[in-house]
Ligand binder design. Sequence first.
Ligand SMILES: [Zn+2]
Length: 172
Amino acid sequence: MHPKPIVFFDEKHVKQRAYRQQYMSNPENREKVNKSRRDHFDPVKNKERQDRWDKAHPGFRKEIKVDWRIAHPGYYTEKKAEWRGRVGLKNSLDTQKWLSEHPGVQEAQTAARNHVDLPEFCEVCPEDDQNKATSRHHPDYTYPLIIVGCCVACHYYLNKERSSQEQKKEKE
Ligand SMILES: [Zn+2]
């Protein structure tokens, strides 16, 4: 249950609200309003409006969040631990399995980490000098010191390509 938010409305707002409710109770009017909302939906403008509102009501959203957390002690910690436990365990088991099937990989990774410096920018990204290089990709693990410096997204893509190629080879 969400706790009741702090209400800023005064008498004028209450009147406006009653009028709006009455107006919207007519299905024709409601459809009109909904249509104009759909037509004018603009994520950028919405974000700007939200920012303006946040500026005019500093701390409001934060307070709601804090209230909610106080009303639900331990919820976030529990959820986080649950998620981490489930996903983390599966990931580490998958990694161990993969490493045991690919001997020499860990040694190659350590050697590259200790002996090869990363370039400043990702060498795989289509745009030059766009994303910082953060990881070392081994095109071939039998050459531990030959690496491609790439960003996280490209590394994920390259590894995915490799595993799909491996799966193809296994099928043949
Ligand atoms: Zn990249």
